[in-house]
Ligand binder design. Structure first.
Ligand SMILES: NC(=O)c1ccc[n+]([C@@H]2O[C@H](COP(=O)([O-])OP(=O)(O)OC[C@H]3O[C@@H](n4cnc5c(N)ncnc54)[C@H](OP(=O)(O)O)[C@@H]3O)[C@@H](O)[C@H]2O)c1
Length: 319
């Protein structure tokens, strides 16, 4: 008997990559639940349940008895609860894609790296239904609470940092790849020593696959797949991979902000996360920055470096 896997989402970024990876797994019967808005042309041969999870459409998932559910599209606790209300109680595992934004950074003193038991933010009833990104971390924290309170449920909560990979719809990482590949000058925030924490989409998929093979115990896991890296180190690695002559110009963040320039990836920096728990649970060794960047560069090379949706005129800012 094949195991039935439901992916809530599955057509944009990490979800898409997961589907591409799982598609050839003969031991699984794959279903996607989404609105059919994002990349509807994808995966014509996969079972699709079309619906908006913020409405009663979610009842449609009740028609099946699932072994695993992987949830990419849950941002509101009430909607997650409604989803669980329609799930068979003998589900083997519910894998929830959360975020490191659930942590209460006000309590972070930088003395050590953030582990999974670090305090997470509270979410008021008003914030739980707020539709802005301002309350993103709070709502995700409230979603995690819904899972933890469902005593019948086996749930694995994955907390990635900023995710990078080829299908990232935000172009946050692609901006730097393209800038360094195509241009001769690039503005770098501050002195370039600010550290960023990242999650590689392919490694996150590898973690999820471990989750649906039963290897990961219930609980929450930081899914930062790389040690934090400074802008300088990251951009130098990209420079090497793209065989570029791009020169870097450092500019103070305050100055950039005053000019309303917001460099991609230049936020939530200098926070350190401990990823021992996920490494121990999965026994995975994650892709190095060099290999991940090289794979992405090769991909975009073949795509002839599509236009980036983030445009910053570095020449103008330097002069
Ligand atoms: N990107 C990051 O840096 C980052 C960092 C940390 C955590 N995360 C988490 O990663 C998750 C998103 O991952 P992804 O974009 O890679 O997932 P994905 O599964 O590739 O794409 C999102 C999916 O959600 C579906 N969807 C959106 N709204 C829906 C709705 N109301 N009802 C039904 N389906 C809906 C979309 O399809 P339709 O539009 O067709 O409905 C699409 O298939 C989120 O939970 C986010 O919090 C992201």
């Amino acid at each position: 008997m094949k195991e039935k896997v439901l992916i809530l989402g599955g057509t944009e970024f990490v979800g898409k990559l997961l589907v591409e990876t799982l598609i050839s797994d003969q031991s699984k019967e794959l279903y996607l639940f989404n609105r059919g808005k994002t990349n509807p042309h994808l995966f014509p041969n996969i079972n699709k349940i079309i619906g908006d999870r913020e409405t009663d459409d979610i009842q449609k998932i009740q028609a099946h008895k699932w072994d695993y559910i992987i949830d990419f599209s849950s941002y509101y606790p009430a909607s997650l609860q409604r989803t669980l209300d329609h799930v068979n109680r003998d589900l083997k595992k519910y894998i929830y894609i959360s975020t490191i934004s659930v942590y209460d950074f006000n309590k972070y003193d930088r003395a050590s790296s953030i582990k999974e038991d670090f305090p997470i933010v509270d979410c008021s009833p008003e914030e739980a239904i707020d539709q802005t990104m301002k309350t993103y971390g709070k709502k995700k924290a409230a979603c995690e609470a819904v899972l933890k309170e469902s005593s019948w449920l086996n749930s694995v909560i994955l907390r990635p940092s900023i995710i990078f990979g080829i299908d990232d719809p935000t172009d946050r990482f692609y901006y730097w790849l393209r800038k360094i590949k195509k241009e001769t000058k690039a503005i770098v925030p501050n002195d370039g020593t600010d550290q960023i924490s990242l999650t590689y989409a392919n490694d996150l998929v590898a973690i999820i696959l471990k989750g649906i093979s039963g290897d990961i115990q219930n609980g929450a896991y930081n899914c930062i797949t790389h040690d934090s890296i400074s802008f300088n180190e990251l951009l130098e690695t990209i420079k090497k991979s793209t065989d570029s002559n791009c020169e870097f110009y450092h500019k103070d963040n305050e100055e950039l902000r005053a000019q309303e320039v917001f460099l991609p990836l230049n936020f939530i920096s200098n926070l350190y996360y401990n990823n021992d728990k996920i490494k121990e649970a999965t026994n995975l060794s994650f892709t190095t920055y060099e290999n991940a960047i090289t794979a992405m560069v090769d991909h975009f090379e073949k795509e002839e470096w599509k236009k980036c949706m983030i445009e910053i005129d570095d020449e103008k800012l330097i002069s």
